[in-house]
Every structure is written in structure tokens, then in C-alpha cells.
Design a protein around this ligand. Structure first.
Ligand code: HEM
Ligand SMILES: [Cu+2]
Length: 257
């Protein structure tokens, strides 16, 4: 799950970031190919980027948008975290569609005459400019998602009252970081309150069986739930995990008092 750039981003985000920058540079290189009248090479270069980007969009960005952004709009659009990603996704859709259209006109004979433009340069220039705007908005998204700390809140430390205690009445703390719950498995006597404290990133805490469910928690935020009934309660982060213990998930085991 964890990325490799050391920013606390997901693996997918880091991978996407590198590939997107490489593709942006490839488009610029393709522009120079056209200037040197190497139109065949230009065609293959730009077309490959358009097609590879379709893969990145459907494998990484659409699922991420669907999970993390869609449920929060329009209500949370005042938050840069969602706003920048939404503008990025909207313009990104336009850029990709326009790119595919230009590709169809310039590199194939599929489209009928009335749907074809004649002057390539203005269309291709506009597309290249739009594409780079979308990359910059993507970098902005990456920044707000993984680098900026919301509201500058320092991660809250558990106070003395939230240390794990021997009696059922003392609350127990689970720390949330990118991208795990610590401890992942926790056993407590019935009647204990568990407090999840988020130290990095945005996450949720949701029981597989729906018995408890937090809103999106930001760094510095917390969520608590009192476990009255004995049983096993698997839970997960809705943004980075799934039911059944997949990826970012944990288990609370409640024993009879
Ligand atoms: C020309 C097309 C596009 C380009 C060049 C592009 C570029 C980028 C870049 C550089 C990032 C930052 C790396 C990352 O955080 O993954 C990013 C992230 C993202 N993009 Fe795009 N993008 C494009 C189209 C789209 C579309 C069509 C959508 C909408 C479904 C979209 C949604 C997202 C989301 C949600 C993220 C954050 C992903 C995450 O970190 O989990 N992008 N994009
Ligand atoms: Cu999470």
C-alpha cells in the first residue's frame, strides 16, 4: 500500500505521479518531433501517451475518485482536498477525450469528413497546454492529499486517560497512520471504549457488519466507539481497505467481562 517516494502517499499515487510526469515530458518531446517534421514518430509518440493514459485513468484515477471524492461532493467542495481533485478530474476528462479525438482525426481515417478539423496546429497546441494544466492540477491533488496537513493541526497524542488500562472502564487507543491501524488486532473486555486517533492522512473506521462507522477523519482527529457486546469485530478504512481484512483493516475482539 505504501508508496516509494517517501511522502506518505499510496503506491498507486507514487506510480501514477512518475508515469504522468514521464508522459507529460513525452508529449513535449513529441512536439519537437513534429517541429522537426518527423510526423510518423510524432504520431506514435503522442498516440501512445493517449492510450497509456486511458489505462492509468481507469486503473488508478477513476477508482480513487469514485472512492474518495465522489461521496463528498458537493458538500465538501469548500475543502481544497476535494476541490482541486474535482477540477483536476473534470479537466482531465476533457483533456483525455480531446486527445483521443485529435488522435482519431490525425492518425486514422475513421471519422467522417464533417467531424474532422483541417488545421492541426491550434488543436494540438491547445491540447498540449490543457494537458499540462491537468498535470499541474494532479500535482496539486497529490500535494493536498499526501503532503499538506489539514488546517495545520499537529497530530494529537493520546492523553493519560486514553492509555490502555487493565479495567474495562479505561478507554483503549488505536493509532491511525498511512495506511494502517496500530495495533491491527486488539482484544478488550466488554464495556471498553476504543478511541481511534488519526496521525497521518484521511481515513475512516467502519465495521464490516456496519455496527459502527466514522465520517472521514483527518490528521489530528479521532473517532470513538464503546464495545458493549462480546464478539469479533473486523473493521476497515473505506478509503484504503475493504471488508474482510483487505489492506487497511483491523479487528477488535471483545471478551465477556
Ligand atoms: C490528461 C489526463 C490526466 C492527467 C495528465 C492526470 C495526471 C495526474 C497526476 C500527475 C496525478 C498525481 C499523482 C497521484 O496522486 O496519483 C493525478 C492524480 C489523480 N487524478 Fe489524474 N490525470 C488525468 C486525468 C484524470 C481523470 C480523467 C480523473 C477522473 C476520474 C482523474 C482523477 C485523479 C485522482 C482522483 C487523483 C488522485 C489519485 C490518488 O492519489 O489516489 N485524473 N492525476
Ligand atoms: Cu485509510
Amino acid at each position: 500500500m505504501n508508496g516509494f517516494l517517501g511522502t506518505g502517499a499510496t503506491f498507486n499515487a507514487d506510480l501514477n505521479l512518475l508515469i504522468q510526469i514521464a508522459m507529460g515530458l513525452a508529449l513535449l518531446y513529441g512536439m519537437f518531433l513534429a517541429r522537426r517534421k518527423k510526423f510518423r514518430a510524432h504520431k506514435y509518440c503522442q498516440s501512445s501517451v493517449m492510450l497509456l493514459n486511458l489505462v492509468m485513468i481507469f486503473l488508478i484515477m477513476v477508482p480513487s475518485f469514485h472512492r474518495q471524492v465522489e461521496p463528498q461532493i458537493p458538500s465538501e467542495l469548500g475543502d481544497s482536498y476535494y476541490l482541486v481533485a474535482t477540477i483536476h478530474a473534470t479537466l482531465g476528462t476533457v483533456a483525455e477525450l480531446l486527445g483521443l479525438y485529435i488522435m482519431l482525426v490525425a492518425a486514422t481515417k475513421i471519422l467522417p469528413q464533417r467531424l474532422r478539423f483541417k488545421r492541426f496546429k491550434p488543436w494540438m497546441r491547445a491540447e498540449l497546454a490543457l494537458w499540462w494544466i491537468v498535470i499541474l492540477l494532479g500535482l496539486g491533488t497529490y500535494y493536498y492529499w499526501y503532503i499538506a496537513t489539514p488546517g495545520g493541526t499537529a497530530p494529537q497524542q493520546a492523553g493519560a486517560t486514553t492509555q490502555p488500562g487493565p479495567t474495562a472502564s479505561a478507554p483503549v487507543t488505536v493509532t491511525i497512520t498511512n495506511f494502517q491501524f496500530e495495533p491491527k488486532e486488539l482484544t478488550i473486555p466488554a464495556g471498553t471504549t476504543v478511541i481511534w486517533i488519526d496521525q497521518t492522512g484521511r481515513h475512516t473506521v467502519e465495521a464490516d457488519d456496519g455496527s459502527f462507522r466514522s465520517d472521514t477523519i483527518v490528521a489530528g482527529g479521532r473517532f470513538e466507539f464503546k464495545f458493549d457486546k462480546p464478539g469479533t469485530f473486523p473493521y476497515y478504512c473505506n478509503l484504503h481497505g475493504e471488508k474482510g481484512g483487505v489492506d487497511m483493516a483491523g479487528v477488535i475482539t471483545v471478551t465477556p467481562r
